[in-house]
Design a protein around this ligand. Sequence first.
Ligand code: LMR
Length: 391
Amino acid sequence: MLERLNQQPPDALLALIKMHAADPRADKIDLGVGVYRTGQGDTPVFGAIKGAERRLVEEQASKSYLGPEGDMGFVHGLAPIVFGADMAASDRIEGMQTPGGTGAVRLALALAKAGGCKRVMMGTPSWPNHAQILDDLGLELVAFDHATSEGDANFAALEQALSGAGEGDAVLLHGCCHNPTGVDYSNAQWDAIAAMLADSPVLPVLDLAYQGLGQGLEEDAYGLRTVLAAVPEALVAYSCDKNFGLYRDRVGALWAMAADTDVLDRVLSNASSLARANWSMPPDHGGAAVRVVLEDADLTAQWLDELEQMRTRINQVRTKLGEAGTAGSVDLTPYARQQGMFAMLPLSKEQIVALREDHGIYMAGSGRINVAGLTTANIGTFVAALAKVTG
Ligand code: LMR
């Protein structure tokens, strides 16, 4: 039976990590996978997380099973950050821990499917795993252009997609720091999206994987909170990979908002049984560390400070890119007004390969760069190489 399986290509982004690691050039530049890097090019463990981990080592009394919902102290500690205190207290909203943001997206879309969803509207390009998960679940992807060629949100395309959507449809929206384009909806556009969704049977699924890396924790939650305040039901997929630096510990959460508490109970019972069938229960350690951070005022303050340093550095790199003006045929100015860790360069496959082979600059095959991979030491080299391959 197993011989019938076809060979699958390795995940392109994960393969890039290995390709970069194998490159012996000392001046290579990694703009591939989405991990934050300091000005020295490191991805350190947050001090606040180290502090929480020390406490867990000393104080954690058991590693016995929790349940498919994971650590509810983590979920409830995080909820006010995501929703704001008032909305987080609503009895129409409840969540559970998931293995990373991917687990949360998977669960959200599986729940939508179990509720009768057949099609998912999604702005493209998007995080490649979104389409993979939709495909794996047998949900039809209805794509619309996320961004204009000038590097702004293509609001008209979203409007058109939503006006053609109806019963049995969901829309998957990035809450902030769009991956891969860095192009986010403005607050006024979110207001309009919320108004459109309020008048429609389309289920909103919001993916918030970079809260705090755009303009700030509150600012980055504007779209999500505005949509949730307007609609009867929604699903939220959340990741702590970036804003707590917990990548490999796989820390995420799924929240459901339902029209009433009876429906919410049913949604959660479905989420629990889907989780049980998929991974039984999420890994505990990272979620427990986040809980400890959020339960302690000093560790929380330290985390907020570390997050602010990351955001500030990313925005400084963006400003520098914008100041560079153009590099060959690439206009770098839109990157200064976009946000989060990613930007899309309008490059051909050949130009991406030339940057990698001739200049040691690694980026996703789509032309996405991780802005956090640029530093004051390498940004000049990057802009010069870009000018060379596109000039
Ligand atoms: C990315 O987009 O680079 C990250 O979210 C890592 C991943 O899992 O794709």
